[in-house]
Design a protein around this ligand. Structure first.
Ligand SMILES: *[C@@H]1O[C@H](CO)[C@@H](O)[C@H](O)[C@H]1NC(C)=O
Ligand SMILES: *[C@@H]1O[C@H](CO)[C@@H](O)[C@H](O)[C@H]1NC(C)=O
Ligand SMILES: *[C@@H]1O[C@H](CO)[C@@H](O)[C@H](O)[C@H]1NC(C)=O
Length: 326
């Protein structure tokens, strides 16, 4: 509901739009989107950004556009972004060194792991997290891996996630001929239990939430695969029909979203300053709330509304707009 003073002003606002309608045919109002950009065919918009100072601070220094390819950088490595889904608040990532149903990617001969895994900066945890229906299939983990500590020879921490797990994954063509090859202990033929130092399972499926941070070095695994289901997965093709990649959900604190809406509807773009405090980037200045807020900073006094440059009206407002907290 609009506050009463605003309702009373509607005739004036309408007059302002009428008077300026010829101008607005060329320049639509609130057209300032200096922070929206494109990389290949992917639209990058709030809370994400490619330009420094744009977007929500939780997503700063995260995405980069390299030769038309959108890349996400986190401590575990760089991933190609295949999709940014604003409606479902998700990103779909691809790691070229990750195993799929068609190919097991082997670790370098000198040891180490194949692929990035997934490790975020701890401060990003409130903003980004692999989806609960994304399964990480950890491959060739050592018997002494922290994965298996505290589960002495009994039950595995490994499990199915959203109907996807190692049992299904072992059916992939990638495993044909993989048994007995150097570097892969166990295999689909070896019994998954009992296991121990000498006989860990070749694959262990976990959701991200169970271990928070897929650090292949720390987990002593030689590689990984990751799959997500777009719908309840019981497809006929089994693991061949899973989507391989990392599905990550994102979120923005509610009060920041409200403040950003206020900023955008007054013609600004949502950004942040160098100390990562949210800012509203207005056409000629930066506001801590929105582009209608008085320059003098007296948010609970009159706010000068400039309507299309034709009609200026004084609104004795109560400063209802959400003001982002630093
Ligand atoms: C972008 O283009 C690729 C093919 O070039 C297509 O597979 C993909 O679905 C497109 N992505 C979007 C978000 O339109
Ligand atoms: C507003 O903030 C942005 C992002 O921090 C900065 O790049 C820009 O220079 C600022 N503009 C003004 C007018 O202060
Ligand atoms: C992964 O774990 C190793 C060993 O504990 C550590 O040295 C490394 O910094 C970790 N990597 C990331 C990206 O956190």
């Amino acid at each position: 509901m609009l506050p009463l003073p605003l309702l009373l002003l509607f005739p004036f606002l309408a007059l302002g739009f009428l008077l300026s309608s010829s101008a607005s045919a060329q320049v639509p109002p609130f057209a300032m989107t200096p922070c929206r950009s494109y990389c290949g065919n992917i639209t990058v918009d709030y809370p994400f950004a490619l330009r420094p100072g744009c977007g929500h601070p939780g997503f700063r220094e995260l995405l980069f556009c390299i030769n038309g390819v959108l890349m996400l950088h986190i401590p575990s490595g760089s991933y190609r972004v295949l999709d940014l889904d604003y409606a479902y608040r998700g990103l779909t990532l691809h790691d070229p060194d990750m195993s799929t149903c068609r190919a097991l990617v082997r670790p370098p001969v000198r040891g180490g792991s194949a692929g990035n895994g997934f490790v975020l900066e701890p401060w990003r945890a409130p903003y980004l997290e692999p989806a609960p229906d994304n399964v990480f299939l950890l491959l060739g983990c050592a018997g002494g891996s922290p994965l298996f500590q505290g589960f002495p020879g009994k039950h595995l921490p490994c499990r199915e996630v959203a109907g996807m797990g190692c049992e299904g994954y072992y059916g992939c063509p990638a495993w044909e001929g993989a048994m007995g090859l150097r570097g892969w202990r166990g295999g689909p033929g070896s019994s998954p239990s009992p296991y121990g130092e000498a006989n860990p399972p070749a694959c262990c499926g976990v959701p991200y939430g169970a271990i928070r941070g897929i650090n292949l070095t720390r987990l002593a695994c030689e590689g990984y695969s990751s799959a997500y289901g777009l719908a309840p997965v019981r497809a006929r093709g089994g693991a061949l029909d899973w989507s391989y990649g990392i599905r990550v959900g994102y979120s923005v604190p509610g009060e920041h979203e409200e403040a950003c809406r206020g900023c955008e509807t007054t013609g600004g773009a949502c950004g942040h300053d160098e100390e990562a405090r949210p800012l509203c980037l207005c056409p000629t200045w930066n506001s801590t709330s929105n582009c209608d807020a008085s320059l003098a900073g007296g948010d609970d006094h009159g706010v000068l509304h400039q309507v299309q440059g034709n009609v200026a009206v004084e609104v004795l407002g109560d400063g209802e707009e959400g003001v982002p907290d630093p």
